[in-house]
Design a protein around this ligand. Structure first.
Ligand SMILES: Cc1cc2nc3c(=O)[nH]c(=O)nc-3n(C[C@H](O)[C@H](O)[C@H](O)COP(=O)(O)OP(=O)(O)OC[C@H]3O[C@@H](n4cnc5c(N)ncnc54)[C@H](O)[C@@H]3O)c2cc1C
Ligand SMILES: *[C@@H]1O[C@H](CO)[C@@H](O)[C@H](O)[C@H]1NC(C)=O
Ligand SMILES: *[C@@H]1O[C@H](CO)[C@@H](O)[C@H](O)[C@H]1NC(C)=O
Ligand SMILES: *[C@@H]1O[C@H](CO)[C@@H](O)[C@H](O)[C@H]1NC(C)=O
Length: 442
């Protein structure tokens, strides 16, 4: 049997990965094709996201999928050296609150910098040596985050409940693994029509690549095209009354290197085998006068070993989704990326006590823009599309089906592995291992 996955972001790749792990007898007869309209994979959200993972920050309809996904991320990283290959690390998450005093007063004192409820304060470095002291403040907070006037960091979740990774590197690993097992990737390739056999039943897709058209037989079609999912669906099923309620939300991001984060931060509570395990930090900031949006910053250590800080949170809901992900960089608004850059400097630039503005001593690694697929329900759609809704006279051959996995909004990295494994179960006729009934199309 053949499955065509439309969209090679983290959702399509996770599904292909779990499909490629099928029992050998099944796998021998199962071909996987990933079709993507961009000139390369990961020019989209999955290549630019922050990579924050949560265990139980989800609404009830997604909670069991969220927990499964969180566990799969940990297991996959432990079994495949994910901490080195894609910066998988447990995380400590803080939220920054800035009181009015901090905004209006020009006085800054060390009392402004309070860390409340920090259970890790007791684990602050003592015998860890100078290296850790350089990177971590005495209260356990990361030195890469600059003190904010009137700022209070509150611990919102700890190691058991959140983690971080470098999403593009996880995607690249998933891609290589499924290619090694025979999956084929077709870039610059658009699915244009469904194709029908003599009996009138759907038996494949017509595709266009470099002005040439191809006809590919398949049993199952999975649309996992992120923010482009509604477009792909209505192109293939123009008579369908079904409206896939997913909207694009453009988001800027920036990645920098900081002198205050030049070495990985190790977890002082770990010993033995895991003694070298890295620890990452996430800081969610409330809007202030300095920055009107709510920036978020995550630290991580990608495969090149050079610690980096990612920041995002500046969105543009009016921005139209381009035809392909290749055209996204051309949409970058200089003013907006400048605004995010100055938020990054305020949050992580060099500052001395009493300074009003932090100094830019950061090195920009990259700046980016991408589109989140935001579902109107607030939960992703992970579903077979009921055949009766595909349009008049459309019937699938060989008991195949059309499936959708999209609309993960700000949580597609966190929910990726759970989504991929559940989707692989559905595509092979097995019972999903978590109850996703509330994510299905009726
Ligand atoms: C700034 C930002 C920060 C984020 N941070 C986090 C985070 O910290 N944690 C988290 O869990 N999530 C985060 N997210 C959300 C996460 O990135 C997304 O939910 C996730 O990447 C969506 O993956 P996807 O595979 O559905 O879509 P995408 O990654 O967008 O992939 C879709 C693919 O479909 C392809 N495609 C488009 N049209 C067609 C077509 N016609 N035919 C074939 N292929 C097509 C595209 O080229 C693309 O490769 C963030 C998102 C943004 C924007
Ligand atoms: C496709 O066809 C158009 C119009 O005929 C042409 O301009 C373009 O260069 C072709 N592209 C490729 C990749 O062959
Ligand atoms: C930007 O979008 C993200 C994800 O949807 C959201 O968490 C964040 O609050 C948004 N920021 C603003 C300023 O709207
Ligand atoms: C799955 O959840 C739905 C709604 O939450 C519930 O009605 C249904 O009985 C559950 N199914 C199983 C198999 O537990």
């Amino acid at each position: 049997m053949t499955t065509i996955i439309i969209g090679g972001g983290i959702i399509g790749l996770s599904t292909a990965y779990y499909l490629s792990l099928l029992e050998p007898e099944l796998a021998a007869n199962h071909q996987i094709h990933i079709v993507d309209s961009a000139s390369d994979l990961l020019l989209s959200a999955s290549g630019y996201a922050g990579g924050f993972l949560a265990k139980d920050w989800f609404n009830p309809s997604v909670s069991s999928l969220g927990a499964l996904s969180f566990r799969l991320h940990k297991e996959l990283a432990e079994a495949n050296d994910g901490s080195k290959k894609w910066s998988y690390m447990p995380s400590i998450a803080y939220s920054l609150a800035i009181d009015a005093r901090g905004v209006s007063s020009s006085q800054s004192g060390s009392d402004d910098w309070l860390v409340e409820g920090n259970t890790r304060a007791g684990a602050a470095p003592t015998g860890d040596g100078a290296e850790r002291k350089e990177m971590v403040n005495a209260d356990g907070t990361p030195a890469w985050f600059t003190k904010q006037k009137g700022g209070t960091l509150e611990l919102i979740d700890g190691e058991g409940g959140c983690a971080q990774l470098e999403p593009k590197q996880l995607c690249q690993w998933l891609m290589e693994e499924c290619q090694n097992k025979g999956a084929k990737i077709h870039t610059n390739c658009f699915a244009t029509h469904i194709s029908k056999g003599e009996d009138g039943k759907v038996m494949g897709l017509k595709m266009k690549k470099d002005n040439e058209t191809y006809d590919k037989h398949c049993k199952n079609i999975l649309v996992a095209a992120g923010a482009w999912t509604p477009r792909v669906f209505s192109k293939l099923f123009p008579d369908s009354k079904l409206r896939i309620a997913i909207d694009p939300l453009a988001g800027y991001s920036i990645v920098v290197h900081s002198p205050r984060y030049s070495k990985p931060i190790l977890d002082p509570t770990r010993h033995g085998e895991h003694a070298s395990a890295g620890l990452s930090h996430a800081i969610y900031c409330a809007p202030t006068e300095k920055w009107a949006f709510a920036p978020e910053t995550f630290s991580r250590v990608p495969a090149d070993g050079k610690p980096e800080i990612w920041a995002g949170g500046l969105n543009d809901s009016a921005m139209q989704l381009p035809e392909t992900a290749d055209e996204t960089p051309a949409l970058i608004d200089k003013e907006k990326s400048e605004e995010l850059r100055s938020a990054m400097i305020a949050m992580t630039g060099l500052s001395h006590e009493g300074d009003d503005l932090a100094v830019d001593d950061l090195k920009i690694k990259r700046e980016g823009l991408c589109f989140r697929p935001v579902s109107r329900s607030g939960s992703p759609i992970i579903s077979k599309v009921p055949e009766s809704t595909l349009g008049r006279g459309i019937e699938m051959a060989d008991s195949g089906g059309v499936y959708i996995a999209s609309g993960h909004g700000p949580w597609g990295i966190s929910l990726s592995l759970g989504t991929g494994s559940v989707m692989a179960e559905m595509l092979t006729g097995r019972k999903p291992s978590v109850n996703i009934s509330r994510l299905m199309l009726k």
